[in-house]
Design a protein around this ligand. Sequence first.
Ligand code: E4P
Length: 219
Amino acid sequence: MKFFIDTANLEQISRAQSLGILDGVTTNPSLMAKEGVKGKEQIFKHYKAICNIVNGPVSAEVFATDYEGMIKEGEELYAIDPTKITIKLPCTEDGIRAVKYFADKGYRTNCTLVFTVGQALLAAKAGATYCSPFVGRLDDICEDGISLIRDIVNMYQYYGFGTQVLAASIRHTNHILKCIEVGADVATCPLKPILSLIDHPLTTKGLDIFNQAAASMKE
Ligand code: E4P
């Protein structure tokens, strides 16, 4: 399973990149706003800075909600770094049309705000590179986000779609472990759950024991 980091914070992206396990980055308007970037010039510079850190796809979400606006914005975003930028488009009527437009041009796309298998089917038929079902937000309303990931993975496998299932809205390590279980292609996670995967009390305890043994052998 690939790991994307779900943030626009340059420090956190660099930290995940330095681990050597990072496959890409996802952002959204809320995550960009958190970084205090304002206006097109700053926003584009920020995406460029992200692209310069990570060696993989960087999802940049359009702000436009109409088809023409999405096409114009998507083209501009893609031009920031055509080797990395993935145009993130919402799963709406205009968004699906825009996914199809960019897919036909051979651009990478990420169809976001997916909450049903039906939406995931449309994203795949439009040719999306990634389909982003939101696990945490479904759990928040007492639905089962991981079941949705499993159902989409099965549906894509059954019909042979090439679209990758990008599990989004991941909140904790258990979400990540469940994503592995149901076969998500990618999990995009905040830094904290990624780092939490490293921790285990027996690893800490075992290292203490080894350190004591190593110290006892010093001359
Ligand atoms: C990433 O692609 C999504 O925009 C993000 O994971 C949403 O996460 P949230 O539900 O925690 O805001």
